[in-house]
Design a protein around this ligand. Structure first.
Ligand SMILES: Cc1cc2nc3c(=O)[nH]c(=O)nc-3n(C[C@H](O)[C@H](O)[C@H](O)COP(=O)(O)OP(=O)(O)OC[C@H]3O[C@@H](n4cnc5c(N)ncnc54)[C@H](O)[C@@H]3O)c2cc1C
Length: 460
């Protein structure tokens, strides 16, 4: 569906000429995300409020073009890509923190706010918004909600959906709805808030968000435990969970991640280690010290070679910089990446680690694993050159085997990156036919003309 001149004129009239473009150089900037796939949109538009977004969706229904919401384009499954063309709606101008309500421990915020900026704003008030995807320096809250982003702190604090109380959303018909509450709880009617969080921009465009906040933890302590091999590290994670210890993060890096981050940042990581765990604890000073001691004991008793505690802000920042740099650093291993985001029950992490080792051995491919071990969430990456057909075939077969095994262990094929386009071909492996039909009916109810973010979640 090409965009006609008269349709483009209507869009310009809604947002003003400077905020709507069909120039190739602008389109290219909004044609990609972290999947490194590219699809050129027909136009890109920068509305400033829900009224303008409603206007855009009304025109889309009248003139039949697709609309694709976009935050910062850091999505890992292609959610913001205009796979069938259309108009990319960039949320960057809806970027106000509308209010931090200290009396009620909630905040109202627009979706284009960068997550890290929001963290800093609430922390200034001694409050805490726990969801912290590793992309928090550049991803938006709207994108986080649409994907139900997780992140390292999910072990203790849960994921984005656990903090969203209410929403303002423009649904695909152009109508504006309000969902949820601005109170600590509320159960009136179906929970549309929870339906929209994680719906990957297919049911509506989020224009305002109400989240709950927590008190800022008094103390944070970060510990690194070094292991000879991944299996021992994985067994240790399972043991920590079995003992019902709750640090706020348990991240792991395998040897390939450690090496490539070290090459990228040169910050003296232990490059000969088979794996390392990054454990972080928060709370009151005394509790934190006690839990760190207990974690240290478990790590050593389960076979860690050593542990070290970072106390200085610079040292803690250095460790997190290393962890957050893995994704971009991986491209040292190959021009293309197949990136999966599986989750297994936490007692089964060692089984999954063994499976990955076996796949690596069998295929001879470069595989790198890291991620949120405390949630059983493994970011499994195959680095390759997709032009090499033999490598690609082997990699695809390895992904199939990995998904089969994940589901056999009682896991899920996507912990936090969504389905988008990259996992759409696999959704029926996990979701039953009846449930899938119900989901498609919900989509149809919200979006009778199928104009919002087509080609996502459900395979064509
Ligand atoms: C280096 C790196 C590290 C990452 N680490 C993590 C991690 O630890 N945990 C994690 O969960 N993810 C992680 N991600 C993935 C990604 O950052 C998250 O999915 C993030 O939530 C996407 O936000 P975004 O603003 O970039 O959204 P985009 O990529 O622009 O969009 C993502 C989806 O949200 C939809 N969308 C965007 N804004 C709106 C809106 N206002 N209303 C409705 N739909 C909307 C889009 O249509 C799309 O479907 C990482 C990515 C990178 C590159």
């Amino acid at each position: 569906m090409a965009l006609t001149d008269s349709t483009f004129k209507k869009l310009q009239n809604i947002v003003g000429n400077p905020y709507c473009s069909r120039k190739k150089e602008d389109l290219i900037c909004y044609a990609y995300d972290a999947t490194a796939r590219t699809y050129l949109p027909d136009a890109v538009i920068f509305p400033k409020n829900s009224k303008e977004i409603s206007g855009i969706l009304h025109v889309a229904n009248e003139d039949h073009f697709f609309v694709i919401p976009r935050g910062a384009g850091t999505g890992m499954t292609g959610g913001s890509l205009p796979v069938e063309g259309g108009v990319v709606v960039v949320m960057s101008r809806l970027n106000r923190i509308l209010g931090i309500d200290k009396d009620n421990l909630i905040a109202h915020v627009e979706p284009g706010v960068i997550t890290g900026r929001f963290h800093r704003a609430v922390e200034k008030e001694k409050l805490f918004y726990p969801p912290d995807p590793s992309s928090s320096d550049f991803s938006t809250l709207g994108g986080n909600l649409a994907e139900c982003a997780g992140g390292p702190r999910a072990v203790k604090y849960g994921v984005t959906r656990d903090y969203v109380l209410g929403l303002e959303v423009v649904i695909p018909t152009g109508e504006l709805i309000r969902t949820g509450v601005a109170t600590a709880k509320g159960v009136v009617g179906y929970d549309l808030t929870r339906l929209i969080v994680g719906s990957e921009g297919t049911l509506g465009i989020i224009t305002r968000i109400t989240v709950k906040l927590l008190p800022l933890p008094e103390t944070v302590r970060t510990m690194v435990a070094v292991f000879d091999d991944m299996e021992t590290a994985a067994e240790t994670v399972s043991e920590i969970i079995r003992r019902a210890m709750v640090p706020r993060t348990i991240e792991f890096m395998d040897n390939a991640s450690i090496r490539c981050v070290e090459r990228y940042l040169n910050i003296h990581l232990p490059v000969d280690a088979g794996a390392l765990l990054l454990l972080e604890v928060d709370g009151k000073e005394k509790e934190v010290d006690e839990l760190i001691d207990q974690l240290k004991t478990v790590c050593i008793s389960r076979g860690a070679n050593g542990t070290s505690i970072a106390r200085k802000k610079e040292d803690i920042e250095k460790l997190w910089k290393a962890r957050k740099a893995i994704s971009p650093a991986l491209f040292q291993y190959g021009p293309d990446k197949i990136n999966e985001d599986i989750v297994v029950p936490r007692s089964r992490i060692p089984d999954m680690v063994r499976k990955i080792a076996a796949l690596k051995e069998k295929t001879g491919l470069t595989m790198v694993s890291f991620g949120h071990a405390g949630d059983g969430n493994i970011h499994f990456n195959i680095m390759l050159d997709k032009k090499n057909q033999e490598e690609l075939k082997k990699a695809e077969a390895a992904v199939d085997a990995l998904f089969e095994y994940t589901l056999a262990l009682g896991g899920t094929i996507s912990g936090e990156h969504g389905v988008g386009i990259t996992k759409a071909p696999y959704i029926a492996k996990e979701i039953g036919a009846l449930e899938l039909r119900l989901m498609k009916k919900i989509k149809k109810l919200f979006d009778p003309n199928g104009i919002l973010n087509p080609g996502k979640i459900f395979p064509n």
